[in-house]
Design a protein around this ligand. Sequence first.
Ligand code: SF4
Length: 406
Amino acid sequence: MTAGVRPTVSEYAELLAKYTDPDTCPTDALEPLPLIEEPAFVSWQQDIPRAYLEMSPEELDRRISAARGVLGKKLVVLGHHYQRDEVIKYADFTGDSFKLARLAADQEGVEFVLFCGVHFMAEAADILTEENVKVILPNMAAGCSMADMADPDAVYAAWDVITEMLEGSGSKVIPITYMNSTASLKAFTGERDGIVCTSSNASKTFDYAFERGDKIFFFPDQHLGRNTGFARGIPLDQMVVWNYRLPNGGLTKEQVERAKVILWQGHCSTHQRFTVQQIEKARKEHPGVNVIVHPECRWEVVQAAGQNGSTEKIIKTVSDAPKGSTWAIGTEINLVNRLAQQNPDKTVFCLDPVVCPCSTMYRIHPAYIAWVLEGLVHGHVLNQVKVDAATRKWSLVALERMLALP
Ligand code: SF4
């Protein structure tokens, strides 16, 4: 193989045929492998030079360490909890999207932020850092299927219909967008008295909204919105779902007028895998087991679990739990595996028996990290995520409202 030469179209086609069996999880091998051997690689960013595809984990480790040594304090590496171990080991800081947003905002004197997470997180980091800081996403194909469910044009159109339906009623709707959304939706929210939320602070953003209006338009994750509203005492029948595939969201004027919360019909593919049956099975097989799930899980799963919270809360709850306790967890597998390793005095396992990580988080591989860092060493900024000035202005407003919450 020649360094710098990319695989041919037919080689990709061969890989694609090999790894697109719909009955298998394309990311079920969690062992470190050269990128070319990663089963799901074919659907990732493919303009990476071939040399990087074939490097062994040891070679990539050596090259990443050398590049970091050259870049020194000019570079900070942020890693989301759902990243695999062979990526998270390079992170200067780890956290959920809320903690990483704060960390990005707090950085001083760095030139480059390497964001090992997904696209909307890198956008938020770009918005929150100084103009001269360059935010880099190792693999531009690392998106979020939930964020993709809220197409900005569809959200704008829904807003117009909702405000039209409520005209003359005296109601005021406040938009809340989950962090897992495009920068343009954050800007849309900022321009309309709205706010960004994360799973750590969703309830506080409901306080913010109900101090300014009497209804919330919540997107893109219906489950986080419903779970948050229900925990605050809003009945399920006052939280309606806006089905963006149907005219008027599939709702009548009366339904919209009666609703306290209008939920966008989006979800997280990773967290929707968890079921009440899995919880019942865990309780049967492990009497006394504690169950904690992420609030992106369905309402009935959150109710059955008894405890729910952001990844930061899950980590703290399990870490602070008594020795010998048993924990069944409903969140992404890389985080659960890491928690199990970090708590050898407890039994920690994932509720879902099929080991399937978030497929887009999984697109960050050390080969991409080596590629973009060596680019920086040679003066080339690869995979920069840059939000345009107009979008940045209003999305910053919405993000700063969130960061200012008590
Ligand atoms: S875990 Fe779900 S919400 Fe988070 S990045 Fe993956 S698809 Fe998106």
